[in-house]
Design a protein around this ligand. Structure first.
Ligand code: NAP
Length: 309
């Protein structure tokens, strides 16, 4: 039966773009579907210092701009649309778009990524964009000379706390335990930075503010006591949740958190369906991993398609 494409890639972050690059160079009839701008979460990253080959580092925006230009050079077909559903079980896979269109293909690479986890405390939703932020790169410059808070103890929280000291006069890291999860080198930098302060064994309970934005946080400590922290901004950097809402969770095998399980060649529990990047169940979510997995997923898909012939 004829199909619209041999391969459809859902999502245009580093994983999707790398899969797209390999597919375009491999002359596989491929479509990449992306809901917004290509680049994914990296677009929200201020500076990438650990992508091989960029010896002086590169901004998240420039890196993704280059990855997009790279797929364009090889003529990858891209479509900017919202996917509303996928039926992946048969030999022919169907992808439905919000505008009612349906696309068919023989193989799919899922690269839908992940998004920031929220605290789900009073004031968070109401003050998002008015003092509550999930992106230090995007919003840091608004807090020049002000006192702000960062929630979390992982690499993102500590790296971004350090970045925010370029703008804020003081950055208080609020962490729910008494030791950081972040790598030692980041910890050392944060402990050595006089602008970075810590509140340990602490959870933000309420974010308070008014029409002008956030003005203080109510914090509960594990010993049962409470404290108030006056700040004008709070950056919530406590990890990621999978962008799996459009995925057929009744068809795909996922982990307890909803990330897609694959084998070492990126194949999901469904033949011909692959996953790459932050949507995959795995330990480390790095740009370089996402790109590598995107390449691997596409090569696996090519092998699968060759087997169908
Ligand atoms: P993460 O490593 O999962 O850390 C999340 C942090 O938030 C943890 O400290 C966790 O506390 C805390 N947390 C989670 N839920 C919370 C809640 N409801 N309330 C309060 N605190 C909460 O996430 P991440 O820092 O975003 O990093 C994600 C991945 O990207 C990791 O693999 C990381 O290594 C990688 N990354 C690497 C770099 C780099 O290499 N330069 C930079 C950024 C990110 P607990 O520690 O108590 O669990």
């Amino acid at each position: 039966m004829p199909v619209d494409y041999q391969l459809i890639i859902v999502g245009g972050g580093p994983a999707g773009l790398t899969a797209g690059l390999y597919a375009a160079r491999g002359r596989v009839k491929t479509l990449l579907i992306e809901k917004g701008a290509t680049g994914g979460q990296v677009l929200l990253t201020d500076w990438v210092d650990n992508y091989p080959g960029f010896t002086e580092g590169v901004s998240g925006f420039e890196l993704m701009d280059k990855m997009t230009a790279h797929v364009d050079r090889f003529g990858l077909e891209k479509k900017f649309a919202m996917v509303s559903g996928l039926d992946l079980l048969g030999e022919i896979k169907t992808i439905s778009l919000e505008n009612g269109d349906q696309l068919s293909c023989r193989s799919v690479v899922l690269c839908t990524g992940a998004r920031p986890r929220t605290l789900d405390v009073p004031g968070e939703k109401e003050l998002t964009g008015q003092g509550v932020s999930y992106c230090a790169t995007c919003d840091g410059p608004f807090y020049r000379g002000q006192e702000i808070a960062v929630v979390g103890g992982g690499n993102t929280a500590i790296q971004e706390a350090l970045h925010l000291t370029k703008f804020a006069s003081k950055v208080t890291v609020i962490h729910r335990r008494d030791e950081l999860r972040a790598t030692k080198i980041l910890q050392e930098k944060a402990f050595a930075n006089e602008q970075v302060d810590f509140i340990w064994n602490a959870q933000v309970q309420t974010i308070e503010g008014d029409a002008n934005g956030v003005n203080q946080l109510q914090i509960g400590l594990t010993d049962g006591s409470k404290t108030t922290l006056p700040v004008t901004g709070i950056f919530i950097l406590i990890g990621v949740v999978p962008n799996n809402e459009i995925l057929p969770m009744d068809q795909l095998q996922t982990d307890a958190a909803g990330f897609v399980i694959t084998d070492t060649e990126m194949e999901t529990s469904i033949p011909g369906v692959y996953a790459a990047g932050d949507i995959r169940s795995k330990n480390f979510r790095q740009i370089i991993n996402a790109a590598g997995e995107g390449a691997n997923a596409e090569l696996s898909a090519e092998q699968y398609l060759a087997g169908l012939k």
